[in-house]
Design a binder for this molecule. Structure first.
Ligand code: CA
Length: 243
């Protein structure tokens, strides 16, 4: 039997942690509670969870700082992080996403919503960025042969656009800030301006032709790569709005 998905809850308020844990347990997850960053780190060093629920306001090290740390650590960088925050304003949300959180949920939240978000990050969890073929709808990328096609028509992409597309296709449906894209696609980017990202995104859109609208601009936040066929079925206009 497959083991239950492990959810690490990093939350200093026992009542909230307990409520989340009970709900997770009832819904087929295995919750693990850590009340601060230090305890959470021990859990991570021990067994990696499938998802981290990370409270923003924690004693000692903040959730934001922990998210940044875990994102830069090779071992934990692929684990989806869902930030729990009482702060609803846009600046903080963007800061959370910039720190590497995959999503956030504003307190107080319904457990139903929390479960839906957890399932969503688990679904979107990126496959390892291995060589091979990645397909999204009719868009096909073959990392071995460096070929891209849409509706069976080959597309011509520059090397940077190819890397960018490969990154988007393996990390779809989440918002990437320009800074994150520079980090993950360009790597060492000390001398590259964030505007460079926009230039390459524009070129990528043009090169993709009919699939160009898969690259969405998320105002004030960055870019998101969306499967168009999926987007029409499960559109979530309130995703980044409201608190
Ligand atoms: Ca707290």
């Amino acid at each position: 039997m497959r083991s239950l998905p492990r959810i690490l809850i990093v939350e200093d308020e026992p009542a909230i942690a307990e409520l989340i844990a009970v709900n997770l347990r009832h819904n087929g997850f295995q919750p693990i509670w850590a009340m601060d960053g230090e305890t959470a780190q021990k859990e991570l060093d021990d067994v990696l969870p499938d998802v981290i629920l990370l409270d923003w306001m924690l004693p000692k090290e903040s959730g934001l700082s922990l998210a940044k740390k875990w994102r830069t650590d090779k071992r934990s960088q692929a684990i989806p992080i869902l930030m729990l925050t009482a702060r609803g304003d846009e600046v903080d949300r963007v800061a959370g996403l910039d720190a590497g959180a995959d999503d956030y949920i504003v307190k107080p939240f319904s457990t139903k919503e929390l479960l839906a978000r957890i399932r969503a990050v688990l679904r979107r969890r990126s496959p390892e960025q291995s060589a091979g073929r990645i397909q999204m709808g009719q868009l096909l990328l073959d990392a071995d042969t460096h070929r891209v096609s849409f509706q069976e028509q080959p597309l011509k992409l520059g090397p940077t656009e190819f890397k960018l597309l490969q990154y988007f296709m393996t990390h779809k449906e989440r918002v990437h800030s320009r800074g994150q894209l520079l980090d993950r696609v360009w790597g060492d980017h000390v001398f590259i301006e964030e505007r460079t990202v926009d230039v390459h995104v524009k070129r990528l859109r043009e090169a993709l032709g009919g699939a160009g609208n898969m690259v969405e601009t998320v105002r004030g936040a960055g870019y998101r790569f969306t499967d168009m066929t999926q987007a029409t079925q499960t559109k979530q206009p309130a995703d980044l709005a409201g608190s």
